[in-house]
Design a protein around this ligand. Structure first.
Ligand SMILES: [Zn+2]
Length: 232
């Protein structure tokens, strides 16, 4: 928790809300930005009736709303940094482009010469920012790319399809209500339902839409789900 956080925020006016990678950004009119990360299970509780044990931060607005940053497990993170120094904030300095706007050419530039598996490279925040394991598996399947293929060996035409698949998978997940964790809840308490629409993730041994069978392997300590029949 940054020093004097309360003091530095009291009376400040919020000028914008943004996101970078997996961080939420709250800009205030004193030239500072509050950066928060929800970790695995954190969430903002809007207008809670009572303060709970795991509410780490409570923000009250002039018009009477309250927002509590709650995390019963492990606290994500919170920092307050000068807005014009955000690009140099350690976790942001080396970040790759945002996945919602990624292009095949950007992927090619960042994968050039890399012999590591495409699966591992897509999880590297320096290649592409904020893309999680589930979406990497789903996007590779949609683009028909085998997860062990060397990143630098994939043609631009296939990277164009991969970029399109990444954007598509994320857009559908957001439209379906967001996240994928079983205990995910949006601020209004609704659960995310994208999990019902996975093509390969968590479907080991089940049928792929092509008629093949979904396999699970472990890469870099993380599960990879893919279809050896339609991913090459
Ligand atoms: Zn398949």
């Amino acid at each position: 928790m940054p020093d004097g956080l309360g003091q530095r925020l009291v009376g400040a006016r919020v000028t914008s809300l943004r996101r970078r990678a997996k961080y939420g950004l709250i800009d205030i009119d004193r030239g500072d930005t509050l950066i928060f990360h929800l970790g695995m299970s954190g969430r903002w509780r809007v207008d809670p009736t009572e303060i709970e044990k795991h509410d780490h931060v409570l923000i009250e607005t002039d018009d009477g709303h309250r927002m509590a940053l709650n995390d019963p497990r492990r606290f994500g993170s919170l920092d307050l940094v000068p807005t014009d120094e955000l690009d140099h904030w350690p976790q942001f300095a080396a970040l790759g482009p945002e996945p919602l706007a990624i292009t095949g050419r950007e992927l090619r530039d960042r994968l050039a010469g890399r012999s590591a598996p495409i699966k591992a490279l897509l999880l590297d925040q320096r290649v592409i920012a904020g893309l999680g394991n589930i979406y990497v598996c789903e996007a590779l399947h949609r683009a028909h790319i085998h997860p062990t293929r060397a990143g630098g060996s994939i043609s631009l035409a296939r990277l164009d399809r991969l970029a399109e698949a990444i954007r598509g998978v994320l857009a559908e997940a957001i439209a379906a209500g967001g996240s994928t964790l079983r205990d995910f809840a949006s601020p209004d308490g609704e659960l995310g339902y994208f999990s019902k629409t996975f093509a390969v993730y968590d479907r080991e041994g089940l049928a792929c839409s092509c008629g093949g069978k979904v396999k699970r392997i472990v890469q870099g300590g993380r599960s990879t789900f893919f279809c050896p029949s339609c991913q090459r």
